[in-house]
Design a protein around this ligand. Structure first.
Ligand SMILES: [Zn+2]
Ligand SMILES: [Zn+2]
Length: 396
């Protein structure tokens, strides 16, 4: 999730050879349901890959655009947490073959700029062709931007090679889609940004897909205790299954008292706010132990601010850290997550609450808006058939 500024595309057409006609969900304005349309997808250019999308999870960032929380220009095609199979590769791509199963992420990197060389791939400043053009056009020839660099609420996408990670053969592609954003972001906030260690007290505010990714990563890191904070009873119940040692209802419970109790009065070493709800930030800094970190992962609306007393921050050695995409390094972090999954430490299946065909995207958006699901996954080339009751601890 969580990139508010990356769908700026000019409309320079790129002549290509082997394009494709695809079906895509086009968002044409705030509050409007997406319309399913036939679009033309250019063939992949140099260092680009065309992928047949098998699964694309709905992320809160998609809703931030269609609901108007974040400003954007319309139309555009959203969907950025995806998996699929390679259909075609452009010049210079030698390590992928047709039909290879892959994760597709929104993090697009050049590998050569100063940020990339320092491992700060989410801050890449490289001048990649897809940053300036969209490979999508409608029946009238108008270019349609790729929302958040991918546009995977569609039967196929063209993305940069850096956005694709090869999966092991046989890996469940519905589960794999979560590695493209939600789990990548939540786990990255724990490992890359906060660098959570053994025995650290971790508070995760917001227990959707990103929050559960963070909870699982905190458990893998040996954090103790791990408090999950969410107003939804079903999500709190589910959080236990993913590694939370305590849960807190921010509406009905005294959050500060619960954190003091769980930590023996020590308070939080790391407090990760994975929701964009402004209330989640109220007083968060006061729940940190000395040397503690407030890690802001979820992105509230552009007009939200917080008050902090700088002297108090300095006197207690507390810090506030931003965590865009969990500081993800796709080529490193996705394989690490695959290793955790292979070893039974990372549960992806339990995070998929529902699946839907592309035609039901607006219904899936509704499930996310109402907080009913950990993750709902769109199957652009198939039919959704997973029942919410299949997800432990989540009912609708
Ligand atoms: Zn996302
Ligand atoms: Zn770069």
């Amino acid at each position: 999730m969580l990139v508010a500024d990356t769908n700026a595309c000019s409309f320079r057409a790129v002549p290509t050879g082997r394009g494709a006609t695809i079906r895509a969900a086009v968002s044409r304005g705030v509050g409007l349901p997406p319309s399913i349309e036939d679009l033309y997808l250019d063939a992949p250019g140099p260092d680009e890959v065309r992928v047949v999308v098998e699964a694309c999870a709905v992320c809160h960032s998609d809703l931030s655009y269609v609901d108007g929380t974040w400003a954007t220009d319309f139309p555009l095609v959203l969907g950025h947490e995806a998996s699929g199979r390679v259909a075609d590769v452009g010049d210079g791509v030698y390590d992928l073959s047709t039909n290879d199963p892959v994760v597709v992420s929104l993090v697009r990197t050049c590998g050569e700029c100063r940020a990339c060389r320092k491992g700060h791939e989410v801050a890449c400043t490289g001048n990649l062709s897809l940053n300036d053009r969209s490979p999508l056009s409608d029946v009238d020839g108008n270019r349609i931007p790729q929302g958040l660099n991918v546009a995977a609420f569609a039967t196929q996408v063209v993305v940069h090679r850096s956005q694709v990670v090869r999966l092991p053969d046989g890996f469940n592609l519905v589960e794999a889609s979560l590695l493209g954003c939600g789990v990548l972001t939540g786990s990255g906030a724990v490992t890359n940004t906060a660098r959570v260690g053994q025995g650290d007290a971790v508070i995760v505010v917001g227990c959707g897909g990103v929050g559960v990714g963070a909870i699982q990563a905190a458990r893998i890191a040996g954090a103790e205790p791990i408090l999950a904070v969410d107003p939804e009873a079903d999500k709190r119940k589910a959080a236990f299954g993913f590694g939370a040692t305590h849960t807190v209802d921010p509406v009905g419970d005294d959050v500060a008292a619960a954190i003091r109790s769980a930590t023996g009065g020590r308070l939080a070493d790391h407090l990760l706010v994975t929701t964009g709800a402004p209330a989640a930030l109220d007083g968060a800094i006061d729940l940190l132990a000395p040397m503690g970190q407030l890690v802001i992962v979820g992105m509230p609306g552009d007009d939200v601010t917080i008050d902090v007393a700088p002297s108090w921050l300095a006197a207690t050695n507390k810090s506030i850290l931003g965590s865009k995409m969990g500081g993800a390094r796709v080529s490193v972090d996705v394989p690490a997550l695959l290793d955790h999954h292979r070893a039974g430490r990372l549960d992806l299946d339990g995070m998929v609450s529902t699946t839907h065909p592309l035609d039901e995207l607006e219904e899936a958006f509704g499930e996310v808006r109402r907080g009913e699901v950990l993750r709902t996954v769109i199957l652009p080339n198939g039919s959704g058939d997973r029942d919410p009751a299949d997800t432990p601890g989540v009912s609708v």
